[in-house]
Design a protein around this ligand. Structure first.
Ligand code: UDP
Ligand code: MG
Length: 326
């Protein structure tokens, strides 16, 4: 029997928040769908999360505990949950209660009413995020929008509802380091959105340090846009034209009596400038070559250590192509 709704929750060291999560999520789900499952993906937590999850599963039969063998990162943990979820609808939600569980009811109602495949949760305001988070997030979306012309909404994170067809489609995508918030809109399935107020993290601290955020940005850009590669060409063309002009100017100057061409300073500046641009372009190429290399290696992004709901169905043991990073 397939549940009507699966709720996929990635969690990494969330011992502080788990009891609060169960308290708020359960009443919502109990009153909502005929059959549901809560797929808790423990992303290799090192604290009491696994023990708390087992206790939670004992008291709450719909809870299914999936443990990844090692920390695979937020996106990979969600991918693991999506691969294992069985519901006709699947909602992904963070564990920290920043996305209010009550909104799940609205997501589901919207999906049924409007007969759409995807319902995005969109934050109405980000006032509960830190100034740093808000600024970096805004910059992140501005860059992505500029580079890849994505249809992703700026304030939609990973709180969304997807139909079975959408989840199946996402599961077949071979992308490594997939960033779901851009991949799902790129599918172009019929969608709607529900706005909600993003709350404060209920307990514990953010599991998204700056480095992970940077990795997510690089994956988003290189996963969706060839513009940076073309940028190298544009820069090359522009630099070439500039050099031609400069050469003409310098030749003219050298023929004009009385003007001294500045010595090596200008030369050094030009050489250094050109060198920097070349290195930058090489770096860009490296980013894409690295991506292809990883894709060729085809290493799984995550390894499932156990799945408490596996008996009913033999699920995949590991994600096929996504890489162990955020
Ligand atoms: N998370 C995860 N693996 C990680 C980092 C985070 O599964 O390596 C989970 C985390 O437990 C939470 C969600 O991803 O449920 C979002 O993380 P967090 O709230 O720390 O990020 P922020 O809201 O600060 O961006
Ligand atoms: Mg959070």
């Amino acid at each position: 029997m397939t549940p009507e709704l699966s709720v996929v929750i990635p969690m990494f060291d969330e011992q502080e928040v788990l009891p609060l999560l169960a308290q708020r999520l359960r009443p919502v789900l109990d009153g909502l769908a005929d059959g549901y499952e809560v797929v808790c993906v423990d992303d290799g937590s090192r604290d009491l999360t696994p023990a708390l999850l087992h206790k939670m599963a004992r008291d709450w039969p719909q809870v299914r505990v999936v443990r990844l063998r090692a920390n695979a990162g937020h996106q990979a943990a969600i991918s693991a949950g999506l691969a294992l979820a069985r519901g006709d609808y699947v909602v992904t939600i963070d564990a920290d209660l920043q996305d209010p569980p009550e909104v799940i009811a609205e997501l589901l109602a919207t999906a049924r009413r409007e007969q759409v495949d995807v319902v995005y949760g969109v934050h109405s305001d980000r006032s509960t995020d830190s100034v740093f988070k808000r600024t970096t997030a805004r910059a992140f979306y501005a860059v992505i929008r500029l580079l890849s012309g994505t249809t992703a909404q700026a304030d939609a994170g990973d709180f969304r509802l997807m139909s079975r067809a959408t989840v199946d489609a996402v599961n077949t995508l071979p992308d490594s380091n997939r960033v779901l918030r851009f991949i799902v809109p790129a599918l172009g399935f019929p969608s709607a959105s529900v706005t909600y107020r993003r709350e404060e993290r209920a307990a514990g601290s953010s599991k998204y340090p700056l480095l992970k955020m940077l990795a997510l940005s690089v994956d988003s850009v290189t996963g969706f846009s060839l513009f940076p590669l073309r940028l190298a060409t544009y820069l090359g063309l522009f630099g070439g034209a500039l050099m031609l002009l400069a050469t003409v100017g310098l030749v003219v100057l050298s023929r004009t009596p009385g003007t001294t061409i500045p010595g090596w300073t200008s030369t050094v500046v030009i050489v250094a400038g050109v060198g920097a641009v070349q290195l930058f372009c090489l770096g860009l190429l490296g980013e894409y070559v690295g991506r292809m290399y990883r894709q060729l290696q085809g290493r799984p992004t995550y390894f499932v250590a156990y799945d408490s709901g596996a008996s009913a169905q033999s699920g995949p043991e590991s994600g096929q192509t996504v890489h162990p990073r955020t």
